[in-house]
Design a protein around this ligand. Structure first.
Ligand code: NDP
Length: 256
């Protein structure tokens, strides 16, 4: 009898929040390539349904559930409905997130609230709703998407850095409360990747030049390069890895 591949995700269902585009969609494809069925999420049902149809046309076992991660009651109802309709959510990737750039002295309270409610409350809301089911089963994987801003600040994005630093500590806190129930909760922290969220940076040649000099690998990341780390953290290979942040950043957070 061959030894099972510890990196396979067959018979596992993964909910990836914020997966109608960008990093979330790439991670959903990566988890599917390792054998998982995937549930696509975003705020707009039509967009999530379209992405789901595209994935199905590629032979991927996909479903979708549209909800706003910032809304606690809406999230709980959507997660309970998913568990009823499809069965267990074995893997949760808390990926939904937004950016807003402004000097801190000009940052409006409304923009601060919107950012925190998405990037931090969203991780709490979805994790709590999913973990309540996982705890009953005595197993589950949660991957929280952090950032190099979980460690390092930059001008004009202090609230984003605060939210991602908090995601790092919430990851440890979830480990403190839920590891004993058989859950593994880890963070995956990307460096700089060219997506909608980073449009202002992608369009700025001076930033690109600075970034390529600042990053030991000398370049932007390619979104597909996040998939191996996500599959690892979602798989039995990581069954004793808990409360960690895995930086996929070309060395950026390791070198001054
Ligand atoms: P995108 O803007 O490309 O995608 C964001 C996704 O989140 C979309 O699918 C969007 O769908 C969804 N979303 C936004 N708000 C909500 C909400 N309230 N509820 C549900 N879904 C929501 O961003 P990226 O792919 O670049 O970023 C994904 C994650 O990776 C974020 O957490 C980000 O902070 C993080 N990250 C990104 C980096 C990068 O270089 N791009 C670097 C480090 C971290 P819709 O608008 O339809 O709701």
């Amino acid at each position: 009898m061959p030894t099972p591949d510890p990196f396979r995700l067959d018979d596992r269902r993964a909910l990836v929040t914020g997966s109608v585009r960008g990093i979330g969609l790439t991670l959903a494809r990566g988890l599917a390539a390792a054998g998982a069925t995937v549930v696509i999420n975003g705020r707009h049902a039509a967009a999530a349904e379209d992405v789901c149809a595209t994935l199905r046309s590629e032979g991927i076992d996909a479903d979708f559930s549209a909800f706003d991660v910032a809304e606690h009651a809406e999230v709980a109802a959507a997660v309970d409905a998913l568990e009823q309709r499809l069965g267990a959510i074995d893997i949760l990737v808390n990926n939904a997130g937004i950016q807003h750039r402004a000097a801190l002295e000009d940052f409006t309270s409304a923009d601060w609230q919107r950012l925190m409610r998405t990037n931090l409350d969203g991780v709490f809301n979805v994790s709590q709703a999913v973990a309540r089911h996982m705890i009953g089963r005595g197993q589950g994987k949660i991957i929280n998407i952090g950032s190099v801003q979980s460690e390092l600040a930059r001008p004009t994005i202090a609230p984003y850095a605060a939210s991602k630093g908090a995601v790092r500590m919430l990851t440890r806190g979830m480990c403190a409360d839920w590891a004993r129930h058989g859950l593994q909760i880890n963070g995956l922290a990307p460096g700089y990747f060219q997506t909608e969220l980073n449009r202002a940076l992608v369009d700025d040649p001076a930033f690109s030049e600075w970034l390529c000099q600042r990053t030991p690998a000398g370049r932007w990341g390619k979104v597909e390069e996040l998939c191996g780390a996500a599959v690892f953290l979602a798989s039995p290979a990581a069954d004793f890895v808990n409360g960690q942040m895995l930086y996929v950043d070309g060395g950026l957070t390791s070198v001054v």
